[in-house]
Write a protein that binds this ligand. Structure first.
Ligand SMILES: [Zn+2]
Ligand SMILES: [Zn+2]
Length: 214
C-alpha cells in the first residue's frame, strides 16, 4: 500500500468512486447509514450526539476534473432551548455539494509531481485519494450550517420568569402579585442608583470617561 494512502475504505465516511469510473457524465446514487462521529454540530448549543444513526444519501457524478458529490444527511439533533433551557430534539436535514478533484491532474489536465502535498496545503480544494474521498469535513460544515445558532423549543417560547426562574411555557398564568418586601427594598435601591448615575452623567462628558475607568 502506498505510504500516502491516508484514507481507509473501512471508515464509514470514506466513499469509493472506482465503481463510478472516470467517464464524465457517469452517475451513481448511494445511501449509507452511519453512526454520527464525535462533536458533530455546534459545540455547546445543538448537535448530533456521537453514535446517533445518520442517513446519508449521495449522488456521485463524474466530471472532467473529478467527482461532484451532492447529498443530504438526516439525523436527530439534540440541544437546549436558548430561552427556557429545556432539552430539545429536532430533525436535521443537511444538504451538501462538494467537488473532489483527481489529484493526478491540474486544471489543464497535466500530471502533477506531488499531488498529496498540494492537497494538504490547499484548503479550498478537496482531492480524491486512490479513488476514495472523505466526506467527514463536508458533513461537519453542512451540519453546522443546517442547525440553528439559537435553537428554541417552540417559536414563541416565552422563556423563564425573570424573578423566580420558572418556565413560563409550563405556566402561562404565572406572575408575581405581591412584591416581597426585601425585593422592594432592593428595587428602591436600584432606582436610586440609577438616578444617581444619571445625575453624574448629566454634568460630565457622556459615557466616554466612565468606560475608560473600568
Ligand atoms: Zn423554550
Ligand atoms: Zn416567577
Amino acid at each position: 500500500m502506498a505510504l500516502n494512502a491516508r484514507l481507509d475504505h473501512r471508515n464509514p465516511l470514506v466513499f469509493d468512486t472506482h465503481e463510478l469510473g472516470r467517464r464524465p457524465g457517469a452517475l451513481q446514487r448511494l445511501t449509507r447509514t452511519i453512526d454520527a462521529p464525535k462533536d458533530l454540530g455546534i459545540q455547546g448549543v445543538i448537535g448530533v450526539p456521537e453514535g446517533t444513526p445518520m442517513e446519508l444519501a449521495l449522488r456521485l457524478e463524474s466530471v472532467m476534473d473529478g467527482v461532484l458529490v451532492t447529498g443530504t444527511a438526516r439525523a436527530s439533533a439534540k440541544g437546549e432551548c436558548v430561552r427556557c433551557l429545556e432539552p430539545l430534539e429536532q430533525v436535521l436535514a443537511a444538504d451538501f455539494q462538494e467537488m473532489f478533484s483527481y489529484p493526478d491532474a491540474d486544471d489543464r489536465g497535466r500530471p502533477k509531481a506531488e499531488p498529496v502535498d498540494d492537497a494538504e496545503d490547499d484548503e479550498d480544494t478537496l482531492f480524491l485519494e486512490d479513488g476514495l474521498f472523505d466526506l467527514e469535513p463536508v458533513l461537519r460544515d453542512a451540519v453546522v450550517l443546517a442547525l440553528p445558532m439559537q435553537p428554541v423549543c417552540q417559536d414563541d417560547c416565552p422563556g423563564l420568569c425573570s424573578e423566580c426562574g420558572a418556565r413560563l411555557a409550563d405556566d402561562p398564568e404565572h406572575h408575581h402579585d405581591a412584591v416581597d418586601i426585601r425585593w422592594a427594598a432592593l428595587q428602591g435601591l436600584a432606582g436610586s442608583l440609577e438616578d444617581g448615575e444619571k445625575d453624574e452623567l448629566s454634568g460630565a462628558e457622556p459615557g466616554v470617561d466612565e468606560k475608560q475607568e473600568k
